[in-house]
Design a protein around this ligand. Structure first.
Ligand code: MG
Length: 382
């Protein structure tokens, strides 16, 4: 019996996949999506996630989330929901672990800066870059560039995409043009991402002292769970109280997502993955929980992501990315040889060079980008 026999008929089954770009012989011991997960874990880009910012820059503290621990939390949340909904855990895990591979150093500040630098050369989108990492940039196999992942994994990695870019991508971009949904596993990984970062940003925000518990008490969703914790454990305080509150919030979001999605899936009378693609988004929170999640996000935007101490770091990050980009574009000879484009008179040399520079910068960890910046701009640094 297939190891995927227990999955719902509308889950993504390896046997019904649209397959790999370069056909490969099936593995005797693993499903195709397990294989994808394993390839992602062994990739260079995955190891770099350890030193890339989520909100706090890597050197700001040892206990804050990095993109690596964030991705592992996303995979954990997504897998437990997938198991309840009889979706493909291996696929959801692969997508979760790969979803941030294309992120620049310094989180969103880095991505926005690089996008601005690239505006005359096609722009820079981190979701598209994640796909570029797994499709082209990883160099691990003799037969092809990239990791040669399954269509459904690649589709899940490409969470968003501008219409202009979707048109250039062929099959993988088609759903953005047709306004169709990806697999339930891809929809799920997306929401697991949201559950993970909303909650760990609260945790990290409190740990850093940039957020206070009294500020958070203004959020009904937090306050309710906090009160519950204080009823169960009278006198509880400090980290223990925060952790008990956050774990309850994560649990409430997961349970709500399972129940609301199950109802919508049943109502849609799905039979196959094609039914999923033609239906509206089915992995969703209930209406009430959605409102709570929106308030939580707004709170984090106003109080954490825009905190003046976070702004100082994002401003520095923007300058570092801008200055690296300008230096490399003006003097490509400063780049490692692999990223230099021969100075012939091809009309497309400049956009090709810019894309190489963007790949080089996007691949940097926070600390590598800072070191590289010092090497280029400080005369006494080698
Ligand atoms: Mg993420």
């Amino acid at each position: 019996m297939s190891v995927e026999a227990h999955l719902a008929s509308y889950a993504a089954h390896s046997a019904q996949s649209r397959g790999r770009r370069f056909p490969e012989t099936a593995s005797p011991s693993r499903t195709e999506f397990q294989r994808d997960r394993d390839r992602i874990i062994h990739s260079t880009a995955f190891r770099r996630l350890e030193y890339k910012t989520q909100v706090f820059v890597n050197h700001e503290g040892d206990l804050f989330r990095t993109r690596l621990t964030h991705s592992i939390e996303v995979a954990q949340i997504a897998r437990s929901i997938a198991r309840n909904l009889r979706l493909n855990e291996d696929l959801v895990e692969a997508i979760s672990l790969a979803h941030d591979l294309g992120h620049t150093p310094f989180g969103h500040a880095g991505q926005d800066a690089l996008n601005a630098c690239m505006k005359d050369y096609g722009g820079f989108e981190h979701n598209l870059q994640s796909l570029r990492v797994v499709d082209a940039l990883e160099e691990r196999y003799g037969a092809f560039d990239g990791l040669n992942l399954m269509f459904e994994t690649r589709e899940g990695v490409l969470k968003h995409c501008s219409l202009a870019n979707a048109k250039k991508l062929g099959e993988i971009g088609q759903r953005f043009i047709d306004r169709k949904q990806p697999t339930l596993e891809a929809q799920l990984a997306n929401l697991a991402d949201e559950i993970a970062y909303n909650n760990h940003d609260i945790d990290d925000g409190l740990r850093s002292g940039l957020l206070t518990t009294s500020q958070l008490d203004e959020i009904g969703f937090y306050a309710r769970h906090r009160r519950e914790v204080e009823t169960v454990f009278p006198g509880i305080s400090g980290r223990r109280a925060i952790n008990e509150t956050v774990r309850r919030m994560i649990n409430a979001l997961i349970v709500d997502l399972i129940n609301a999605s199950e109802t919508r899936i049943n109502e849609a009378r799905l039979k196959t993955v094609d039914d999923v693609r033609n239906a509206p988004a089915l992995i969703t929170f209930s209406e009430n929980m959605n409102k709570e999640a929106v308030l939580l996000k707004r709170f984090l935007h106003e109080n954490l992501y825009q905190h003046y101490q976070v702004n100082r770091m994002t401003s520095k990050a923007r300058r570092i990315v801008n200055e690296l980009f300008d230096a490399f574009m003006h003097e490509p000879a400063l780049l490692p040889p692999d990223y230099q484009v021969a100075n012939d008179h091809r009309a497309d040399r400049l956009p090709v060079q810019a894309r190489h520079v963007a790949d080089y910068i996007a691949g940097m960890t926070d600390r590598y980008a800072m070191r590289e910046h010092r090497r280029l701009f400080m005369v006494d640094e080698i």
